[in-house]
Design a protein. Structure first.
Length: 454
């Protein structure tokens, strides 16, 4: 297999009826006709096709018109790549894998990179790791909103991601992090792709995984108010320090803020005509957050998300968020509807913030649950500050006085707090799950070697 970041793409025979892919000269920086400033803000409508690859592999392919797929497949300037996962409690590590898969092939000179994201079914995840924390539909809602994703392959079983499957999806490369999974039957999930020269290794993001997030939640359930980030884990402090948290270099942070296509021009706050601001914690990013942010983004042409610091959240909520500020920031920036974030945003939306950021509107979420409109603060512990212009929330006093607050109805009842409670209600099952998976995490950390990050 190919280690991420090094060398030119080799010529690669793709089988009957498929073009050879070769390294292309990097084009001059320009904006494609189909990639204006808002081209990456909404995932186009996709058709669904049931694809049977083999007796043990059937999937649902969400794709554009097949004629467009075939055009991409023939185009030597275009490469199609595949990244699969459970994407449970979708976090920075998941987002970074998707980002790297796309970035790597742009760095190799391709003018267009099409990423097909594969999502394993609930039954497949349960059979391999135990029941997922979120349902397939809940996981799909966040994956679909991710800015690096162009197509989807859902209902995936937990079997070999083979070259035959790649051919069925018209993808040239299958990508995964350096924590290589093994299927229940004992075979490597990517062994066939490696043997056929169709595999690309990516860097696994340090300090974060679904297992580690659940470990933090378990720890805070025993020690309410203690730091859940680097000290989580029932085993020992040494175990917790080995797991740690994800890190953020300025280069990594900038790569998350950049458009998914490097030839696109990023939307600019200076040039925006209608800046929409929404503040909150946005811990454990979920479909409720996605719905809120997507609806808020449609109120203007630039969505700015304010993220409260870990200490600010602890001061006002009595405990730290599960994810650190930087982990939350890079997750939020992974959504195609978000233009930028404000780190350590003030708890109260001040006039100074409104003026400095040229804010035209402040979005306040109102949740609808069980068929009845209710203040979202009651459901989400004010995840996105204010929760309605009529709620009297003191944090929105300044924008309310200026008549800038607009209610945003949220149909989903899933919130960070609801998820946390869901996990705590299942703490025994989660502890059992983590008891089996945590040693594998620690073994990976122990044997980890350097892999370049794209």
């Amino acid at each position: 297999f190919m280690a991420g970041g090094g060398g030119a793409l080799p010529k690669m025979a793709m089988g009957a009826g498929r073009m050879e892919q070769t390294q292309q000269d990097k084009p001059e920086q320009q904006v494609r006709a189909d990639s204006g400033p808002d081209a990456d803000k909404v995932l186009p409508e996709l058709e669904k096709e049931l694809v049977q690859v083999s007796d043990d592999l059937t999937l649902l392919w969400h794709r554009p018109l097949i004629e467009e797929v075939e055009r991409q497949d023939r185009d030597p300037d275009t490469v199609r790549v595949f990244v699969n996962g459970c994407f449970d409690l979708m976090h920075l590590g998941h987002f970074n894998a998707l980002r790297q898969a796309k970035s790597l092939f742009y760095q190799r000179g391709f003018k267009k990179v099409v990423l097909v994201a594969g999502l394993h079914s609930d039954a497949a995840v349960a059979g391999q790791k135990g029941p997922p924390m979120l349902s397939e539909e809940e996981r799909l809602s966040v994956l679909r909103a991710t800015k690096w994703v162009d197509e989807l392959a859902t209902a995936l079983p937990y079997v070999s991601m083979s070259a035959k499957m790649a051919d069925a999806l018209r993808v040239q490369w299958i990508c995964h992090g350096d924590d290589m999974p093994v299927c229940k039957g004992g075979g490597g999930m990517y062994s066939d792709a490696i043997e056929n020269g169709r595999f690309q290794l990516l860097k696994r993001t340090e300090g974060i995984s679904t297992t580690q997030i659940l470990e933090r939640i378990l720890q805070t359930s025993h020690n309410c108010g203690s730091e859940p980030s680097s000290k989580a884990g029932p085993s020992s402090d040494s175990t917790s320090s080995e797991l740690g948290t994800a890190w953020a270099t300025t280069q990594r942070f900038a790569s998350f803020a950049a458009p998914p296509n490097p030839w696109n021009v990023a939307r600019s706050l200076t040039e925006a005509k209608r800046v929409v601001y929404i503040g909150g914690t946005f811990d454990l990013l979920n479909e409720g957050h996605v719905e809120l942010l997507e609806k808020a983004s449609r109120l203007g042409d630039y969505l700015l998300v304010g993220l409260h610091s870990d200490e600010t959240v602890r001061k006002h909520r009595g405990r730290l968020p599960v994810l650190t500020l930087l982990e939350r920031a890079m997750a939020v920036m992974s959504l195609r509807c978000v233009d930028d974030v404000v780190l350590s945003a003030p708890w109260e939306v001040s006039r100074d913030l409104l003026t400095t950021m040229n804010v035209s509107m402040v979005a306040a979420g109102c949740a609808r649950a069980w068929g009845t409109k209710r203040p979202a603060a009651a459901l989400q512990e004010a995840d996105a500050g204010g929760r309605g212009s009529g709620g009297g929330d003191p944090r929105l006093a300044a924008p309310r006085e200026l008549r800038l607050v607009v209610d945003v109805d949220v149909e989903s009842s899933i919130t960070s707090e609801a998820l946390r409670q869901r996990f705590l209600d299942s703490r025994d099952a989660i502890a059992l799950r983590n008891g089996a998976l945590l040693p594998k995490e620690l073994a990976y950390v122990e044997r980890r070697t350097y892999v370049p990050e794209s």
